[in-house]
Design a protein around this ligand. Structure first.
Ligand code: ARG
Length: 564
Protein backbone atom coordinates (compact mmCIF):
# COMPACT_ATOMS: atom_id res chain seq x y z
CA UNK A 1 0.00 0.00 0.00
CA UNK A 2 2.66 2.41 1.12
CA UNK A 3 4.66 1.61 -1.96
CA UNK A 4 1.86 2.65 -4.27
CA UNK A 5 1.43 5.91 -2.39
CA UNK A 6 5.17 6.55 -2.17
CA UNK A 7 5.55 5.97 -5.90
CA UNK A 8 2.70 8.33 -6.76
CA UNK A 9 4.14 11.03 -4.49
CA UNK A 10 7.65 10.50 -5.80
CA UNK A 11 6.50 11.28 -9.33
CA UNK A 12 5.75 14.81 -8.14
CA UNK A 13 8.45 15.22 -5.50
CA UNK A 14 11.52 13.55 -6.99
CA UNK A 15 13.45 16.86 -6.94
CA UNK A 16 13.05 17.26 -3.19
CA UNK A 17 12.74 13.82 -1.61
CA UNK A 18 13.99 10.31 -2.39
CA UNK A 19 11.58 7.39 -2.53
CA UNK A 20 12.93 6.13 0.81
CA UNK A 21 12.49 9.52 2.43
CA UNK A 22 8.90 9.68 1.25
CA UNK A 23 8.25 6.12 2.48
CA UNK A 24 9.61 6.94 5.89
CA UNK A 25 7.29 9.94 6.19
CA UNK A 26 4.13 7.98 5.44
CA UNK A 27 1.76 7.21 8.29
CA UNK A 28 -1.11 4.83 8.83
CA UNK A 29 -4.18 6.84 9.91
CA UNK A 30 -5.63 5.86 13.28
CA UNK A 31 -9.11 5.47 11.85
CA UNK A 32 -10.14 3.94 8.52
CA UNK A 33 -12.26 7.02 7.88
CA UNK A 34 -9.03 8.86 7.19
CA UNK A 35 -7.99 6.47 4.46
CA UNK A 36 -5.30 3.81 4.13
CA UNK A 37 -2.15 5.92 4.12
CA UNK A 38 -1.44 9.53 5.14
CA UNK A 39 1.33 11.90 4.05
CA UNK A 40 2.19 14.89 6.25
CA UNK A 41 3.62 17.82 4.30
CA UNK A 42 5.55 19.55 7.12
CA UNK A 43 8.91 18.28 5.87
CA UNK A 44 8.28 19.94 2.51
CA UNK A 45 7.25 23.29 3.96
CA UNK A 46 10.86 24.31 4.67
CA UNK A 47 12.16 23.30 1.25
CA UNK A 48 9.29 24.82 -0.72
CA UNK A 49 8.81 27.82 1.58
CA UNK A 50 5.09 27.42 1.51
CA UNK A 51 2.43 26.67 4.10
CA UNK A 52 1.93 22.91 4.57
CA UNK A 53 -1.81 23.28 3.92
CA UNK A 54 -1.13 24.86 0.58
CA UNK A 55 1.38 22.19 -0.38
CA UNK A 56 -1.18 19.51 0.47
CA UNK A 57 -3.81 21.22 -1.70
CA UNK A 58 -1.53 21.56 -4.69
CA UNK A 59 -0.18 18.02 -4.45
CA UNK A 60 -3.69 16.55 -4.27
CA UNK A 61 -4.53 18.11 -7.61
CA UNK A 62 -1.35 16.96 -9.34
CA UNK A 63 -0.99 13.36 -8.20
CA UNK A 64 -1.82 10.64 -10.68
CA UNK A 65 -5.16 9.27 -9.35
CA UNK A 66 -4.78 5.90 -11.06
CA UNK A 67 -4.68 3.66 -7.99
CA UNK A 68 -6.80 5.78 -5.68
CA UNK A 69 -10.49 6.04 -4.93
CA UNK A 70 -9.87 9.54 -3.64
CA UNK A 71 -7.19 11.75 -2.13
CA UNK A 72 -8.48 13.94 0.67
CA UNK A 73 -6.78 17.01 2.05
CA UNK A 74 -7.16 17.50 5.79
CA UNK A 75 -5.10 20.51 6.86
CA UNK A 76 -1.44 19.70 6.20
CA UNK A 77 -2.21 16.02 5.55
CA UNK A 78 -2.94 14.15 2.36
CA UNK A 79 -5.11 11.11 3.04
CA UNK A 80 -4.96 8.41 0.40
CA UNK A 81 -7.87 6.03 -0.13
CA UNK A 82 -6.66 3.22 -2.31
CA UNK A 83 -8.85 1.90 -5.07
CA UNK A 84 -10.00 -1.34 -3.43
CA UNK A 85 -11.11 -2.92 -6.67
CA UNK A 86 -7.93 -2.20 -8.54
CA UNK A 87 -5.58 -3.13 -5.72
CA UNK A 88 -7.41 -6.32 -4.79
CA UNK A 89 -7.61 -7.44 -8.42
CA UNK A 90 -3.91 -6.81 -8.99
CA UNK A 91 -2.77 -8.35 -5.72
CA UNK A 92 -4.89 -11.48 -5.99
CA UNK A 93 -3.91 -12.08 -9.62
CA UNK A 94 -0.26 -11.80 -8.61
CA UNK A 95 -0.60 -14.39 -5.83
CA UNK A 96 -2.40 -16.76 -8.23
CA UNK A 97 0.42 -16.35 -10.69
CA UNK A 98 3.36 -16.63 -8.32
CA UNK A 99 1.76 -18.92 -5.73
CA UNK A 100 4.18 -19.78 -2.92
CA UNK A 101 6.90 -17.81 -4.74
CA UNK A 102 4.98 -14.60 -4.04
CA UNK A 103 7.35 -12.37 -2.07
CA UNK A 104 10.51 -14.07 -3.37
CA UNK A 105 13.31 -11.63 -4.17
CA UNK A 106 16.75 -11.63 -5.74
CA UNK A 107 18.63 -9.17 -3.51
CA UNK A 108 20.61 -12.02 -1.97
CA UNK A 109 21.60 -13.87 -5.12
CA UNK A 110 25.18 -15.12 -5.00
CA UNK A 111 25.60 -14.05 -1.37
CA UNK A 112 26.58 -16.57 1.30
CA UNK A 113 25.41 -16.17 4.89
CA UNK A 114 26.81 -18.64 7.42
CA UNK A 115 24.48 -18.86 10.41
CA UNK A 116 25.96 -20.11 13.66
CA UNK A 117 22.97 -21.66 15.38
CA UNK A 118 21.92 -24.20 18.01
CA UNK A 119 25.53 -25.01 19.05
CA UNK A 120 24.79 -27.01 22.23
CA UNK A 121 27.52 -28.34 24.47
CA UNK A 122 28.52 -31.99 24.34
CA UNK A 123 27.78 -34.01 27.46
CA UNK A 124 25.15 -31.55 28.57
CA UNK A 125 21.47 -31.43 27.79
CA UNK A 126 20.38 -29.16 24.99
CA UNK A 127 18.76 -26.27 26.86
CA UNK A 128 15.79 -24.02 26.14
CA UNK A 129 18.36 -21.37 25.18
CA UNK A 130 19.76 -23.69 22.54
CA UNK A 131 16.22 -24.30 21.35
CA UNK A 132 15.83 -20.57 20.84
CA UNK A 133 19.07 -20.39 18.91
CA UNK A 134 18.01 -23.36 16.79
CA UNK A 135 14.59 -22.08 15.81
CA UNK A 136 15.57 -18.43 15.38
CA UNK A 137 18.58 -19.44 13.26
CA UNK A 138 16.53 -21.83 11.17
CA UNK A 139 13.85 -19.23 10.55
CA UNK A 140 16.41 -16.56 9.58
CA UNK A 141 17.92 -19.07 7.16
CA UNK A 142 14.48 -19.65 5.57
CA UNK A 143 13.76 -15.93 5.36
CA UNK A 144 17.14 -15.13 3.80
CA UNK A 145 16.77 -17.99 1.32
CA UNK A 146 13.43 -16.53 0.19
CA UNK A 147 15.31 -13.35 -0.69
CA UNK A 148 17.86 -15.26 -2.75
CA UNK A 149 20.68 -15.56 -0.20
CA UNK A 150 22.46 -18.86 0.39
CA UNK A 151 22.26 -19.56 4.11
CA UNK A 152 24.70 -22.07 5.63
CA UNK A 153 23.42 -23.59 8.86
CA UNK A 154 26.38 -24.24 11.13
CA UNK A 155 26.17 -26.13 14.40
CA UNK A 156 29.22 -24.83 16.26
CA UNK A 157 29.16 -27.63 18.83
CA UNK A 158 30.66 -26.97 22.23
CA UNK A 159 32.84 -30.05 21.99
CA UNK A 160 36.20 -28.73 23.20
CA UNK A 161 37.55 -27.05 26.31
CA UNK A 162 38.73 -27.75 29.85
CA UNK A 163 35.38 -29.29 30.81
CA UNK A 164 36.27 -32.35 28.75
CA UNK A 165 39.39 -32.88 30.80
CA UNK A 166 37.21 -32.84 33.90
CA UNK A 167 34.72 -35.21 32.35
CA UNK A 168 37.43 -37.69 31.41
CA UNK A 169 38.75 -37.63 34.98
CA UNK A 170 35.25 -38.11 36.41
CA UNK A 171 34.51 -40.96 34.03
CA UNK A 172 37.79 -42.74 34.72
CA UNK A 173 37.25 -42.47 38.46
CA UNK A 174 33.53 -43.04 38.92
CA UNK A 175 32.03 -43.76 35.52
CA UNK A 176 30.33 -46.84 34.17
CA UNK A 177 30.23 -47.72 30.49
CA UNK A 178 26.79 -49.32 30.58
CA UNK A 179 25.24 -46.35 32.36
CA UNK A 180 26.64 -43.94 29.76
CA UNK A 181 25.35 -46.10 26.92
CA UNK A 182 21.88 -46.26 28.45
CA UNK A 183 21.35 -42.55 29.03
CA UNK A 184 24.45 -40.72 27.78
CA UNK A 185 23.64 -37.13 28.53
CA UNK A 186 22.03 -37.78 31.89
CA UNK A 187 24.98 -39.87 32.99
CA UNK A 188 27.65 -37.52 31.66
CA UNK A 189 25.91 -34.59 33.30
CA UNK A 190 25.78 -36.54 36.57
CA UNK A 191 29.52 -37.18 36.35
CA UNK A 192 30.21 -33.54 35.61
CA UNK A 193 28.09 -32.29 38.50
CA UNK A 194 29.70 -34.91 40.72
CA UNK A 195 33.16 -33.72 39.71
CA UNK A 196 32.37 -30.16 40.76
CA UNK A 197 30.94 -31.19 44.09
CA UNK A 198 34.01 -33.26 44.93
CA UNK A 199 36.37 -30.59 43.60
CA UNK A 200 35.05 -28.20 46.24
CA UNK A 201 36.91 -30.21 48.90
CA UNK A 202 39.63 -31.79 46.75
CA UNK A 203 41.59 -29.21 44.76
CA UNK A 204 43.82 -31.82 43.08
CA UNK A 205 40.86 -32.77 40.89
CA UNK A 206 40.96 -29.45 39.02
CA UNK A 207 44.64 -30.00 38.27
CA UNK A 208 43.96 -33.49 36.98
CA UNK A 209 41.19 -32.12 34.77
CA UNK A 210 43.51 -29.52 33.28
CA UNK A 211 46.13 -32.18 32.67
CA UNK A 212 43.67 -34.37 30.79
CA UNK A 213 42.49 -31.52 28.63
CA UNK A 214 46.10 -30.77 27.76
CA UNK A 215 46.50 -34.46 26.83
CA UNK A 216 43.40 -34.17 24.67
CA UNK A 217 44.75 -31.11 22.89
CA UNK A 218 48.03 -32.94 22.31
CA UNK A 219 46.27 -35.91 20.74
CA UNK A 220 46.63 -38.51 23.54
CA UNK A 221 44.95 -41.72 22.32
CA UNK A 222 42.98 -42.58 25.46
CA UNK A 223 41.74 -39.03 25.91
CA UNK A 224 40.74 -38.77 22.26
CA UNK A 225 38.95 -42.10 22.35
CA UNK A 226 36.82 -41.14 25.34
CA UNK A 227 36.13 -37.68 23.98
CA UNK A 228 34.99 -39.10 20.62
CA UNK A 229 32.69 -41.51 22.36
CA UNK A 230 31.10 -38.81 24.56
CA UNK A 231 30.64 -36.66 21.47
CA UNK A 232 28.98 -39.36 19.41
CA UNK A 233 26.60 -40.38 22.17
CA UNK A 234 25.60 -36.76 22.80
CA UNK A 235 25.09 -36.07 19.12
CA UNK A 236 22.73 -39.02 18.82
CA UNK A 237 20.53 -37.48 21.48
CA UNK A 238 20.65 -34.01 19.94
CA UNK A 239 19.70 -35.56 16.63
CA UNK A 240 16.35 -36.74 18.09
CA UNK A 241 15.43 -33.17 18.76
CA UNK A 242 16.58 -31.90 15.37
CA UNK A 243 14.54 -34.69 13.77
CA UNK A 244 11.45 -33.68 15.73
CA UNK A 245 11.87 -30.10 14.56
CA UNK A 246 12.87 -31.22 11.05
CA UNK A 247 15.93 -29.01 11.15
CA UNK A 248 19.10 -29.99 9.31
CA UNK A 249 22.58 -28.49 9.35
CA UNK A 250 25.15 -27.93 6.64
CA UNK A 251 28.02 -28.27 9.07
CA UNK A 252 28.71 -29.72 12.51
CA UNK A 253 32.18 -28.19 12.69
CA UNK A 254 32.29 -27.37 16.38
CA UNK A 255 35.02 -26.01 18.59
CA UNK A 256 37.14 -29.17 18.32
CA UNK A 257 37.37 -28.74 14.56
CA UNK A 258 39.45 -25.64 15.17
CA UNK A 259 41.95 -27.31 17.49
CA UNK A 260 44.56 -27.39 14.74
CA UNK A 261 43.50 -24.11 13.13
CA UNK A 262 44.26 -21.61 15.88
CA UNK A 263 47.96 -21.11 15.15
CA UNK A 264 47.12 -19.01 12.12
CA UNK A 265 45.28 -16.47 14.26
CA UNK A 266 47.83 -16.53 17.05
CA UNK A 267 50.65 -15.97 14.53
CA UNK A 268 48.78 -13.06 13.00
CA UNK A 269 48.22 -11.52 16.42
CA UNK A 270 51.92 -11.86 17.15
CA UNK A 271 52.92 -10.43 13.81
CA UNK A 272 50.84 -7.33 14.48
CA UNK A 273 52.17 -7.09 18.03
CA UNK A 274 48.72 -7.36 19.50
CA UNK A 275 49.45 -10.11 22.04
CA UNK A 276 50.28 -8.97 25.55
CA UNK A 277 51.28 -11.13 28.48
CA UNK A 278 49.24 -10.71 31.62
CA UNK A 279 50.09 -12.94 34.62
CA UNK A 280 51.34 -15.62 32.24
CA UNK A 281 48.27 -15.53 30.04
CA UNK A 282 48.21 -14.04 26.54
CA UNK A 283 45.61 -11.39 25.89
CA UNK A 284 44.58 -8.71 23.42
CA UNK A 285 44.09 -5.39 25.13
CA UNK A 286 40.75 -3.81 24.19
CA UNK A 287 40.77 -0.76 26.46
CA UNK A 288 40.19 1.45 23.41
CA UNK A 289 36.88 -0.31 22.87
CA UNK A 290 35.88 -0.05 26.50
CA UNK A 291 36.02 -3.83 26.68
CA UNK A 292 37.82 -6.29 28.90
CA UNK A 293 40.84 -7.92 27.27
CA UNK A 294 40.21 -10.90 24.99
CA UNK A 295 41.81 -14.03 26.45
CA UNK A 296 43.75 -15.92 23.78
CA UNK A 297 45.89 -18.38 25.69
CA UNK A 298 45.94 -19.41 29.36
CA UNK A 299 49.16 -19.55 31.36
CA UNK A 300 49.36 -23.33 30.81
CA UNK A 301 49.17 -22.82 27.05
CA UNK A 302 45.55 -23.99 26.73
CA UNK A 303 43.41 -22.11 24.23
CA UNK A 304 39.96 -20.69 24.90
CA UNK A 305 36.45 -20.27 23.56
CA UNK A 306 37.57 -16.93 22.08
CA UNK A 307 40.62 -18.42 20.36
CA UNK A 308 38.45 -21.03 18.68
CA UNK A 309 35.85 -18.42 17.67
CA UNK A 310 38.56 -16.33 16.06
CA UNK A 311 39.82 -19.33 14.11
CA UNK A 312 36.22 -20.14 13.12
CA UNK A 313 35.57 -16.59 11.89
CA UNK A 314 38.65 -16.68 9.62
CA UNK A 315 37.77 -20.18 8.44
CA UNK A 316 34.24 -19.07 7.52
CA UNK A 317 35.48 -16.00 5.71
CA UNK A 318 37.79 -18.14 3.62
CA UNK A 319 35.45 -21.10 3.12
CA UNK A 320 32.28 -19.13 2.31
CA UNK A 321 33.51 -15.64 1.42
CA UNK A 322 30.45 -14.45 3.32
CA UNK A 323 28.35 -11.39 2.72
CA UNK A 324 27.26 -11.47 6.36
CA UNK A 325 28.19 -13.92 9.12
CA UNK A 326 25.51 -14.43 11.78
CA UNK A 327 25.78 -15.79 15.30
CA UNK A 328 22.46 -16.63 16.90
CA UNK A 329 23.54 -16.76 20.53
CA UNK A 330 21.95 -15.61 23.80
CA UNK A 331 22.21 -11.99 24.86
CA UNK A 332 24.45 -12.96 27.78
CA UNK A 333 27.30 -13.50 25.30
CA UNK A 334 27.11 -10.07 23.70
CA UNK A 335 30.43 -8.93 25.23
CA UNK A 336 32.14 -12.00 23.79
CA UNK A 337 30.99 -11.09 20.28
CA UNK A 338 31.96 -7.43 20.74
CA UNK A 339 35.43 -8.64 21.69
CA UNK A 340 35.54 -11.00 18.72
CA UNK A 341 34.75 -8.19 16.30
CA UNK A 342 37.15 -5.81 18.00
CA UNK A 343 40.05 -8.27 17.70
CA UNK A 344 39.34 -8.82 13.99
CA UNK A 345 39.20 -5.06 13.51
CA UNK A 346 42.51 -4.65 15.35
CA UNK A 347 43.99 -7.21 12.95
CA UNK A 348 42.98 -4.88 10.16
CA UNK A 349 40.23 -6.85 8.46
CA UNK A 350 37.32 -4.72 7.30
CA UNK A 351 34.96 -7.68 7.23
CA UNK A 352 34.60 -7.45 10.99
CA UNK A 353 31.66 -5.22 10.04
CA UNK A 354 29.86 -8.13 8.40
CA UNK A 355 29.82 -10.15 11.61
CA UNK A 356 26.51 -9.85 13.40
CA UNK A 357 25.65 -11.23 16.78
CA UNK A 358 21.91 -11.95 16.79
CA UNK A 359 21.11 -12.00 20.50
CA UNK A 360 17.93 -13.21 22.14
CA UNK A 361 16.33 -13.15 25.58
CA UNK A 362 15.73 -15.91 28.09
CA UNK A 363 12.94 -18.40 28.41
CA UNK A 364 11.74 -18.14 31.98
CA UNK A 365 9.46 -20.05 34.31
CA UNK A 366 7.34 -17.78 36.53
CA UNK A 367 9.67 -14.95 35.60
CA UNK A 368 12.83 -16.80 36.72
CA UNK A 369 15.68 -18.07 34.59
CA UNK A 370 15.67 -21.79 33.81
CA UNK A 371 18.93 -23.27 34.98
CA UNK A 372 21.05 -26.30 34.21
CA UNK A 373 23.06 -26.01 37.40
CA UNK A 374 23.03 -28.93 39.81
CA UNK A 375 21.07 -31.15 37.48
CA UNK A 376 17.93 -28.98 37.65
CA UNK A 377 17.16 -28.99 33.99
CA UNK A 378 14.20 -28.67 31.74
CA UNK A 379 14.71 -31.31 29.11
CA UNK A 380 13.75 -30.01 25.75
CA UNK A 381 12.70 -33.36 24.44
CA UNK A 382 10.23 -33.68 27.28
CA UNK A 383 8.74 -30.29 26.52
CA UNK A 384 8.26 -31.24 22.87
CA UNK A 385 6.73 -34.60 23.77
CA UNK A 386 4.31 -32.97 26.21
CA UNK A 387 3.28 -30.43 23.59
CA UNK A 388 2.57 -33.22 21.11
CA UNK A 389 0.51 -35.11 23.72
CA UNK A 390 -1.52 -32.02 24.49
CA UNK A 391 -2.14 -31.39 20.79
CA UNK A 392 -3.29 -34.97 20.41
CA UNK A 393 -5.83 -34.63 23.20
CA UNK A 394 -7.31 -31.50 21.67
CA UNK A 395 -7.49 -33.01 18.20
CA UNK A 396 -9.16 -36.11 19.61
CA UNK A 397 -11.80 -33.85 21.12
CA UNK A 398 -12.35 -31.51 18.17
CA UNK A 399 -11.95 -33.83 15.19
CA UNK A 400 -12.13 -37.48 16.31
CA UNK A 401 -12.39 -38.88 12.78
CA UNK A 402 -9.30 -37.09 11.43
CA UNK A 403 -6.91 -39.29 9.46
CA UNK A 404 -3.16 -39.19 10.30
CA UNK A 405 -3.91 -38.00 13.82
CA UNK A 406 -0.40 -38.91 14.98
CA UNK A 407 1.30 -36.91 12.27
CA UNK A 408 -0.95 -33.88 12.69
CA UNK A 409 -0.53 -33.95 16.49
CA UNK A 410 3.21 -33.97 15.95
CA UNK A 411 3.03 -31.02 13.56
CA UNK A 412 0.73 -29.05 15.85
CA UNK A 413 2.60 -29.82 19.08
CA UNK A 414 6.12 -29.05 17.89
CA UNK A 415 4.82 -26.19 15.74
CA UNK A 416 3.21 -24.66 18.83
CA UNK A 417 6.50 -24.64 20.73
CA UNK A 418 8.39 -23.15 17.79
CA UNK A 419 5.75 -20.52 17.06
CA UNK A 420 5.59 -19.44 20.69
CA UNK A 421 9.32 -18.98 20.66
CA UNK A 422 9.29 -16.85 17.52
CA UNK A 423 6.23 -14.67 18.02
CA UNK A 424 7.84 -12.19 20.43
CA UNK A 425 10.67 -9.80 19.60
CA UNK A 426 13.67 -12.02 20.01
CA UNK A 427 15.26 -9.86 22.71
CA UNK A 428 12.27 -10.19 25.03
CA UNK A 429 12.35 -12.74 27.81
CA UNK A 430 9.23 -14.87 27.89
CA UNK A 431 7.55 -17.36 30.17
CA UNK A 432 6.95 -20.86 29.01
CA UNK A 433 3.70 -22.50 30.07
CA UNK A 434 2.65 -25.50 28.08
CA UNK A 435 -1.12 -24.78 28.32
CA UNK A 436 -0.53 -21.31 26.95
CA UNK A 437 1.62 -22.57 24.07
CA UNK A 438 -0.68 -25.29 22.70
CA UNK A 439 -3.98 -23.39 22.88
CA UNK A 440 -6.04 -23.47 19.68
CA UNK A 441 -7.25 -19.89 20.24
CA UNK A 442 -5.38 -16.65 20.83
CA UNK A 443 -2.08 -15.72 19.28
CA UNK A 444 -0.71 -19.24 18.93
CA UNK A 445 0.77 -21.50 16.28
CA UNK A 446 -2.19 -23.91 16.40
CA UNK A 447 -4.55 -20.95 15.79
CA UNK A 448 -2.67 -20.03 12.61
CA UNK A 449 -2.51 -23.68 11.53
CA UNK A 450 -6.22 -24.02 12.24
CA UNK A 451 -7.04 -21.02 10.07
CA UNK A 452 -4.89 -22.45 7.29
CA UNK A 453 -6.78 -25.77 7.53
CA UNK A 454 -10.07 -23.85 7.44
CA UNK A 455 -9.07 -22.21 4.15
CA UNK A 456 -7.99 -25.59 2.80
CA UNK A 457 -11.35 -27.07 3.74
CA UNK A 458 -13.32 -24.30 1.98
CA UNK A 459 -11.34 -24.86 -1.21
CA UNK A 460 -11.69 -28.64 -0.94
CA UNK A 461 -15.46 -28.37 -0.58
CA UNK A 462 -15.84 -26.52 -3.88
CA UNK A 463 -13.01 -28.44 -5.54
CA UNK A 464 -11.29 -25.16 -6.33
CA UNK A 465 -7.70 -25.35 -7.58
CA UNK A 466 -5.34 -22.60 -8.64
CA UNK A 467 -4.06 -24.56 -11.63
CA UNK A 468 -7.34 -24.18 -13.52
CA UNK A 469 -7.88 -20.51 -12.81
CA UNK A 470 -8.17 -18.04 -15.69
CA UNK A 471 -5.86 -15.16 -14.81
CA UNK A 472 -7.56 -12.84 -17.28
CA UNK A 473 -10.75 -12.53 -15.29
CA UNK A 474 -11.05 -9.79 -12.68
CA UNK A 475 -10.64 -10.57 -8.99
CA UNK A 476 -11.89 -7.17 -7.87
CA UNK A 477 -13.35 -6.95 -4.37
CA UNK A 478 -14.88 -3.82 -2.94
CA UNK A 479 -16.04 -4.48 0.64
CA UNK A 480 -14.36 -3.33 3.87
CA UNK A 481 -13.85 -6.83 5.29
CA UNK A 482 -11.99 -8.21 2.31
CA UNK A 483 -10.04 -4.95 2.04
CA UNK A 484 -8.44 -5.52 5.45
CA UNK A 485 -7.36 -8.99 4.25
CA UNK A 486 -6.08 -7.73 0.88
CA UNK A 487 -3.94 -5.11 2.61
CA UNK A 488 -2.15 -7.84 4.59
CA UNK A 489 -1.65 -9.94 1.47
CA UNK A 490 -0.24 -6.93 -0.33
CA UNK A 491 2.10 -6.23 2.60
CA UNK A 492 3.65 -9.70 2.60
CA UNK A 493 6.69 -9.05 0.36
CA UNK A 494 7.76 -5.98 2.35
CA UNK A 495 7.15 -7.91 5.57
CA UNK A 496 9.67 -10.57 4.51
CA UNK A 497 12.20 -7.84 3.69
CA UNK A 498 11.68 -6.19 7.04
CA UNK A 499 12.12 -9.51 8.88
CA UNK A 500 15.44 -10.03 7.10
CA UNK A 501 16.65 -6.48 7.68
CA UNK A 502 15.97 -6.68 11.40
CA UNK A 503 16.92 -10.37 11.69
CA UNK A 504 13.55 -10.74 13.35
CA UNK A 505 11.34 -13.80 12.71
CA UNK A 506 8.67 -12.27 14.97
CA UNK A 507 7.83 -9.90 12.11
CA UNK A 508 6.67 -12.96 10.13
CA UNK A 509 4.88 -14.51 13.12
CA UNK A 510 2.99 -11.26 13.71
CA UNK A 511 1.97 -11.13 10.06
CA UNK A 512 0.65 -14.69 10.35
CA UNK A 513 -1.40 -13.89 13.45
CA UNK A 514 -2.83 -10.71 11.95
CA UNK A 515 -3.69 -12.40 8.69
CA UNK A 516 -5.40 -15.29 10.49
CA UNK A 517 -7.38 -12.94 12.75
CA UNK A 518 -8.42 -10.67 9.90
CA UNK A 519 -9.43 -13.58 7.72
CA UNK A 520 -11.53 -15.12 10.50
CA UNK A 521 -13.36 -11.83 10.92
CA UNK A 522 -14.00 -11.77 7.19
CA UNK A 523 -15.19 -15.37 7.28
CA UNK A 524 -17.67 -14.51 10.05
CA UNK A 525 -19.14 -11.59 8.06
CA UNK A 526 -19.16 -12.78 4.46
CA UNK A 527 -20.71 -15.81 2.79
CA UNK A 528 -17.92 -17.02 0.56
CA UNK A 529 -19.77 -19.66 -1.46
CA UNK A 530 -22.79 -17.55 -2.46
CA UNK A 531 -23.21 -17.67 -6.27
CA UNK A 532 -22.65 -14.11 -7.44
CA UNK A 533 -20.20 -12.16 -9.59
CA UNK A 534 -17.60 -11.94 -6.84
CA UNK A 535 -17.54 -15.60 -5.86
CA UNK A 536 -14.41 -16.38 -7.88
CA UNK A 537 -12.59 -13.40 -6.37
CA UNK A 538 -13.56 -14.50 -2.86
CA UNK A 539 -12.23 -17.99 -3.50
CA UNK A 540 -9.00 -16.53 -4.78
CA UNK A 541 -8.84 -14.49 -1.58
CA UNK A 542 -9.21 -17.71 0.44
CA UNK A 543 -6.49 -19.29 -1.68
CA UNK A 544 -4.18 -16.32 -1.16
CA UNK A 545 -4.71 -16.40 2.61
CA UNK A 546 -4.05 -20.14 2.69
CA UNK A 547 -0.90 -19.75 0.59
CA UNK A 548 0.51 -16.93 2.70
CA UNK A 549 -0.32 -18.54 6.06
CA UNK A 550 1.48 -21.64 4.89
CA UNK A 551 4.40 -19.57 3.64
CA UNK A 552 4.57 -17.57 6.91
CA UNK A 553 4.62 -20.86 8.84
CA UNK A 554 7.21 -22.38 6.54
CA UNK A 555 9.49 -19.38 7.05
CA UNK A 556 9.17 -19.93 10.79
CA UNK A 557 9.91 -23.64 10.44
CA UNK A 558 6.36 -24.76 11.25
CA UNK A 559 4.27 -27.23 9.26
CA UNK A 560 0.80 -26.42 7.94
CA UNK A 561 -1.47 -29.51 7.90
CA UNK A 562 -4.31 -29.44 5.38
CA UNK A 563 -6.75 -30.71 7.99
CA UNK A 564 -6.77 -30.69 11.79
N1 ARG B 1 28.26 -23.67 22.89
C1 ARG B 1 28.01 -22.31 23.28
C2 ARG B 1 27.05 -22.27 24.47
O1 ARG B 1 26.27 -23.16 24.64
C3 ARG B 1 27.40 -21.50 22.17
C4 ARG B 1 28.28 -21.33 20.97
C5 ARG B 1 27.84 -20.20 20.09
N2 ARG B 1 28.62 -20.05 18.92
C6 ARG B 1 29.85 -19.50 18.86
N3 ARG B 1 30.46 -19.45 17.71
N4 ARG B 1 30.42 -18.99 19.93
O2 ARG B 1 27.08 -21.31 25.22
Amino acid sequence: MRELVALALHQELAEYLSLEEISSLLETPKSVQHGDVAFPTFALAKVLRKAPQMIAQELAEKINPENFEKIEVVGPYLNFFLDKKKVSAKTLALVCKEQEKYGDATIGLGKNVPIDMSSPNIAKPISMGHLRSTVIGNSLANILAKLGYTPIRINHLGDWGTQFGKLIVAYKKWGDEEAVKKAPIQELLRLYVDFHERAETDSSLEDEGRLWFKKLEDGDQEALHLWKWFREESLKEFQHIYDMLEITFDSFNGEAFFNDKMDEVIDLLEEKHLLKTDRGAEIVDLTDYNLNPALIRKSDGATLYMTRDLAAAFYRKREYNFDQSLYVVGNEQSIHFKQLKAVIKELGFEWYQDIHHIPFGLITKDGKKLSTRKGKIVLLEEVLNEAVASAKEQIQEKNPTLENKELVAHQVGTGAVVFHDLKNDRLNNFDFTLEEVVRFEGETGPYVQYTHARCASILRKTEWTVSTIDLNQSFALNDEDSWEVVKLIQAFPSTVLKAAEKYEPSVIAKHAIQLAQTFNKYYAHVKILTDDAEKQARLVLVYAVKTLLKEDLRLLGVQAPEEM
